[in-house]
Design a protein around this ligand. Structure first.
Ligand code: ADP
Ligand code: MG
Length: 251
């Protein structure tokens, strides 16, 4: 993954006391979260607890109402920062509809490198084909996304997200829309990125995967972080009754 720019001391990504409302609904109520380089953090919590909003605020897809976000020591929540430039430092994958339907798989994978990074088509395609080879999709490079299975599409979306060597990868329930038999191939790709040292913040309902791959688990409850710790701590010995209640649904 990309090199850390700016200050190398402290966490790569730091969010302090984030507040976010939609109308009169407070969705994030003072969330502070940090992510060190090469760390994998899983955000768990009930539907509606604010996981997606948190991820979208971190890469400036949603404006925050209050708080501060630092990436590599730079205050990216400063209204004067160029949001597109900051967003290009993140890779993001969502639940579904990640790929541009009118572009081939290879064009999807290389678009950001060519347009945002100014990489030549030839170099972008060489790298893109390497990435597609890694996920066994070279034969589908020229196909449109609708010719791929849901699992193949999500794996292509992941390699598209890493094609620009982002500093942080944000993954928002990327297997939730998949048929169960396609989940494993997507999670295995995430695992291999984690093994390679990627910095990943993922919202997930895949508790077994979070337990296995995440270094830290954060439980979000109604817009607040109620508890966090190692997977052994949060899954093995949750302190808060609400965490226990939430986890009981997955047992
Ligand atoms: P999660 O990802 O944990 O399910 P979300 O962050 O998607 O939670 O949503 C948290 C709350 O914010 C929900 O009540 C949702 O309806 C609301 N919400 C999210 N996005 C918007 C939006 N763009 N406009 C209005 N309400 C929103
Ligand atoms: Mg969500």
């Amino acid at each position: 993954m990309g090199a850390v720019s700016g200050s190398t001391a402290g966490p790569l990504l730091e969010a302090h006391d984030l507040w976010k409302s939609f109308g009169d609904r407070e969705v994030l109520r003072g969330v502070s979260i940090d992510l060190s380089a090469h760390e994998v953090v899983a955000v768990i919590g009930a539907s509606g607890s604010g996981k997606s909003t948190l991820l979208r605020c971190l890469n400036l897809l949603e404006p925050i109402d209050d708080g501060r976000i630092l990436l590599g020591g730079e205050d990216i929540s400063d209204p004067r920062v160029h949001a597109d430039r900051v967003r290009a430092r993140f890779g993001a994958v969502f639940q579904s509809y990640n790929l541009f339907p009118h572009l081939s798989v290879i064009d999807n994978v290389t678009l950001a490198s060519r347009v945002v990074r100014g990489v030549s088509r030839r170099d972008a395609e060489r790298r893109g084909m390497e990435l597609l080879e890694r996920i066994g999709l070279t034969a589908q490079a020229k196909e449109h996304p609708d010719r791929l299975s849901g699992g193949q599409q999500q794996r292509a979306a992941i390699v598209r997200a890493i094609a620009t060597d982002p500093e942080v990868l944000l993954l928002d329930e990327i297997t939730s829309a998949l048929d169960p038999e396609l989940v494993t191939e997507v999670l295995e790709l995430v695992r291999s990125l984690a093994d390679d040292g990627a910095t990943i913040l993922m919202a997930t309902h895949e508790m077994a995967f979070a337990r296995d791959v995440a270094h830290r688990v954060v439980f979000l409850d109604a817009g607040r972080i109620l508890e966090q710790g190692t997977p052994a701590e949060v899954f093995g010995a949750p302190r808060e009754p609400r965490t226990r209640e939430f986890l009981a649904r997955f047992m």
